[in-house]
Design a protein around this ligand. Structure first.
Ligand code: ADP
Ligand code: MG
Length: 344
């Protein structure tokens, strides 16, 4: 066996294995790109659960014609230049991998028009060497990325796609999380040409948050959830918690505006409740943790589901205490386990 460099497309397909698990992961990467581009309106059109089509349209900064091809190549990013930048990441993306990965396992068209450019251009990537064709097109200021036939050329991955309904539910759930990360963004979600969700922009403060949470998680959560606000040692935690036994959703956590399923945070919340109620009661919550970006490493997981805190113990105990205090102060709100009527 001789050693050879992998062809670009194959290398990208291998990388895609880490980032692109299912249609919802494509939606995540593309919507995060729209947010990084400063979009205030994002439209997500899905056909057949994303098996057939995923199309994201935004009104963000756009990509200039000369950079369309570059945007589709691996390790191409406008968000990171030096190692110092990596230590202190403010954008959602930074790996420069998503578009290259997605375009290697689908038929991807990228249309864009930056405000400063008079015409819109589109790039289409397909073929073994990922040769990109660039052509003139029509598009308002902003960007549309169309992903057709996901995994058409990787049957092994396609086999793992679930039914259209299940895949669509994953997309819907993901957009709920994103909708609660940025209240000021308008998001529309359609499925098979029907509008399924319409998140209207609200103010980026607590009042806005309550409205957006009501849209996402129902009025009950927004009005009955306990408001948490706590800061200490450079850490700031705020959000809403609803202790209850019937509804366990949503359970959303964010670190510096990035949605996370962080075990450490979940553990601290659960522990605070267990100690207080003497039972494994799982609350619903939407919680935002703000921490110095230098104190957290987001480059742990290709899809960025996890972070690593430099001072894990400190963060854990801070959250534990914040939730403990809240639970103690609003004890009456916690439904006690109902005692079954005694039977004679
Ligand atoms: P990353 O987000 O890690 O930089 P991506 O592969 O997701 O990598 O995107 C590559 C580059 O393409 C981005 O750095 C950005 O410059 C550009 N880009 C992608 N999507 C958009 C968009 N919707 N609007 C403007 N620029 C975009
Ligand atoms: Mg990206």
């Amino acid at each position: 066996m001789s050693i050879a460099i992998l062809p670009a497309r194959l290398a990208n397909q291998i990388a895609a294995g880490e980032v692109v698990e299912r249609p919802a992961s494509v939606v995540k990467e593309l919507v995060e790109n729209s947010l990084d581009a400063g979009a205030t309106r994002i439209r997500v059109d899905i056909e057949r659960g994303g098996h057939k089509l995923i199309r994201i349209t935004d009104n963000g900064s756009g990509i200039v014609k000369d950079e369309l091809t570059l945007a589709l190549s691996r390790h191409a990013t406008s968000k990171l230049k030096t190692l110092d930048d990596l230590e202190c990441i403010n954008s959602l993306g930074f790996r420069g991998e998503a578009l290259a990965s997605i375009s290697s396992v689908s038929r991807l068209t990228l249309k864009s028009k930056p405000a400063q450019q008079n015409e819109a251009w589109q790039a289409f990537a397909e073929g073994r060497d990922m040769a990109v064709q660039v052509q003139p097109t029509a598009h308002p200021d902003g960007t549309t990325i169309e992903v057709k036939d996901l995994f058409f050329n990787t049957p092994a991955r396609r086999k793992f796609l679930r039914t259209e309904k299940t895949e669509f539910n994953h997309i819907d759930e993901l957009l709920k999380r994103i909708a609660l990360s940025r209240f000021d963004i308008a998001i529309t979600l359609t499925h098979n040409a029907k509008v399924v969700r319409q998140y209207r922009p609200v103010s980026a403060d607590d009042a806005g948050a309550v409205k957006r949470i009501a849209q996402v998680a129902g009025k009950g959560f927004a009005s009955q959830g306990m408001h948490l606000q706590s800061g200490d040692q450079g850490l700031y935690l705020h959000g809403w918690i609803m202790p209850q036994q019937t509804q366990t959703e949503p359970q959303y956590t964010y670190v510096n505006g990035r949605m996370m399923r962080d075990k450490l945070i979940l553990h601290a919340i659960r522990q605070a409740f267990e100690e207080h109620t003497q039972q494994a009661q799982v609350p619903a919550f939407v919680l935002y943790l703000e921490v110095d970006p230098r104190q957290v490493d987001v480059n742990v997981h290709p899809a960025k589901h996890e972070v690593r805190f430099h001072q894990a113990r400190l963060v854990h105990d801070f959250i534990l205490q914040a939730v403990q205090q809240l639970v103690a102060s609003e004890q009456t709100l916690i439904p006690q386990p109902s005692i079954p009527p005694a039977t004679a």
